[in-house]
Ligand binder design. Sequence first.
Ligand SMILES: *[C@@H]1O[C@H](CO)[C@@H](O)[C@H](O)[C@H]1NC(C)=O
Ligand SMILES: *[C@@H]1O[C@H](CO)[C@@H](O)[C@H](O)[C@H]1NC(C)=O
Ligand SMILES: *[C@@H]1O[C@H](CO)[C@@H](O)[C@H](O)[C@H]1NC(C)=O
Ligand SMILES: *[C@@H]1O[C@H](CO)[C@@H](O)[C@H](O)[C@H]1NC(C)=O
Ligand SMILES: *[C@@H]1O[C@H](CO)[C@@H](O)[C@H](O)[C@H]1NC(C)=O
Ligand SMILES: *[C@@H]1O[C@H](CO)[C@@H](O)[C@H](O)[C@H]1NC(C)=O
Ligand SMILES: *[C@@H]1O[C@H](CO)[C@@H](O)[C@H](O)[C@H]1NC(C)=O
Ligand SMILES: *[C@@H]1O[C@H](CO)[C@@H](O)[C@H](O)[C@H]1NC(C)=O
Ligand SMILES: *[C@@H]1O[C@H](CO)[C@@H](O)[C@H](O)[C@H]1NC(C)=O
Length: 368
Amino acid sequence: MYSFALITVSAVFLLLGGRGADGSAGFIKSPLSEVRLTGESVELHCEAIGHPIPEIQWWFEADYNDSFSQLWDGAREDRVQMNTTYVLHATSTLYLFNLSPEDLGTYECRASNDPDRNHLTKIPRIKWIRSQANVVVIDHPLIVTSHSNATGGDLLTCNLTDFALVISGHQWLKGAKVIHEDKDSSQITTHNITGVNAETSGQYTCKFLTSPEVYAVINITVAPHVVAYKKTEHGNEGDTGVLTCKSNSFPHVEEWMWSMVSADGNKPIVNGSEDRYYIKSTGNKTELRIHQLEIEKDQGEYICNGSNEHGNEGAIISLHVRSRLAALWPFLGIVAEVLILVTVIFIYEKRRKPDDVPEGNTTFVTLL
Ligand SMILES: *[C@@H]1O[C@H](CO)[C@@H](O)[C@H](O)[C@H]1NC(C)=O
Ligand SMILES: *[C@@H]1O[C@H](CO)[C@@H](O)[C@H](O)[C@H]1NC(C)=O
Ligand SMILES: *[C@@H]1O[C@H](CO)[C@@H](O)[C@H](O)[C@H]1NC(C)=O
Ligand SMILES: *[C@@H]1O[C@H](CO)[C@@H](O)[C@H](O)[C@H]1NC(C)=O
Ligand SMILES: *[C@@H]1O[C@H](CO)[C@@H](O)[C@H](O)[C@H]1NC(C)=O
Ligand SMILES: *[C@@H]1O[C@H](CO)[C@@H](O)[C@H](O)[C@H]1NC(C)=O
Ligand SMILES: *[C@@H]1O[C@H](CO)[C@@H](O)[C@H](O)[C@H]1NC(C)=O
Ligand SMILES: *[C@@H]1O[C@H](CO)[C@@H](O)[C@H](O)[C@H]1NC(C)=O
Ligand SMILES: *[C@@H]1O[C@H](CO)[C@@H](O)[C@H](O)[C@H]1NC(C)=O
C-alpha cells in the first residue's frame, strides 16, 4: 500500500520532470476523507509541484449549500488554520479544530501556477486543478457502562449502542496503560478486576477500535490508601525533621491533615504554625517539615490523615530525635580510639631502644 503510493508519487515526479518546460501544477498528495467525532480535530494535507511553484487554496462546500466558498487562516472563529509552505514545491495543511456538525461537507484543495490564476477579468489559460475530500462529523455514540459484582472478581462492561460503526477490536486501558487488547467485533466488551481496592482503583477506559475510535471511562474509586514513606524517621536536635506519607489510590486525596499523638488526644498541626511546622501536599503525597527539632517537644508519634469523598485513612510515623551529643558519639568514639592508640604507640616507642625503631614502625602501620 505504502510502497505503491511511493511509486505513484515518484511516477508523478518523473512525469512532470519529463515534461520540463511545461511545468503546469500537479498534485503529489491529495487530502483524504475523514470521519471525526464532534469536538475532535482533523487535518487535511495537500501537496503540489510545478514550475513556478503553484499556489494552494482551500475551498469548502457545505452539504446544505451548493456553492464553494474559499477558506482562510482564522476562519470560523479561528477554528480553521492553515500552514502552507512554498519551498521546492507547495505543501499545505488545513486544520479544523473543535469540529461541529456545521463543518461537515466537502473540502477542496486547489492548485495553480498560471500567472493569471487570480486575475479578476482574464480567464487563466490553465485552470486550477482540484482535489476533494469529505469530512463527516458524528456525535460520540452512547456507550453504556456498568460495574457489577461477579463471583471471583468485579466485571466492568461497556456496551456500544451504535450499530453503524465497524468494530475491529477493543482495548482496555488503566490510566494511560493498555491492559487488554482483542480483535473481537462485538458491541460489548468486558474486563475483570479482582475486587475494588487501592490496587485496582483507577480510571479504566474501554476503547472500541472503530473509525474514529470511541471510548468510555469507568472510575473505580476508593478511600485513600495512606502509607508512611518510612515508619520511623530520625532527626538530630536543631536540624529539620521530614515526615512523608503517600497515597497512590484513585481518586486523589483531597485533604491531608497532620497531627501529633499526645497523652491528651491528637493535636492537629497547623501549616506555618510556630514558624516551625511546614506542610507541603499534593494529591498523592504530603510532607511535614519540623524545623529546629527539640527532643522533649518533637520526639513521638505523628499521624498523617488523607481524605477524599470516599473516606479517610491515616498512617503513623515515629520520630526519634537524637541529641547533638548523641550525634557526636560515634565521632567522639573514633577520636578517643585514635587518642588511645597514639598514646599506646608513644609509650611503646619511649620504652624501646633506638635500634628497634624501624622494625617497630612497620608493625604499627599494619596495626593502624
Ligand atoms: C451558501 O454559501 C454562500 C457563500 O458562502 C453564502 O453566501 C450563502 O448564504 C450560503 N447559503 C446558505 C443557504 O447557507
Ligand atoms: C507549519 O509547518 C511547519 C513546517 O512543516 C512546521 O514547522 C510548523 O510547526 C507548522 N505549524 C503548525 C501550526 O502546525
Ligand atoms: C460487591 O460486593 C461486595 C460484598 O460482596 C460489596 O461490599 C460491594 O459494595 C459490591 N460492589 C458493587 C459495585 O456492587
Ligand atoms: C474474574 O476473574 C476471576 C479470577 O481472576 C475468575 O475466577 C472469575 O470467574 C472471573 N469472572 C468473570 C465473570 O469472568
Ligand atoms: C447493549 O445495548 C443494547 C442497545 O441499547 C441492548 O439492546 C442490549 O441489551 C445491551 N446488552 C447488554 C448485555 O447490556
Ligand atoms: C472519573 O474521574 C475523573 C477524575 O476524577 C472525573 O473527571 C470524571 O468525571 C469521572 N467520570 C465518571 C464517569 O465518574
Ligand atoms: C503551607 O504554607 C506554605 C507557605 O508558608 C505554602 O507554600 C504551602 O502550600 C502550605 N501547605 C498547605 C498544605 O497548604
Ligand atoms: C503524583 O502526582 C503528581 C502530579 O499530581 C504526578 O506527577 C506524579 O507522577 C504522581 N506520583 C505517583 C507515584 O503517582
Ligand atoms: C482522619 O481524620 C478524620 C477527621 O477528618 C477522623 O474522623 C479519622 O478518624 C482520622 N483517621 C485516622 C486514621 O486518624
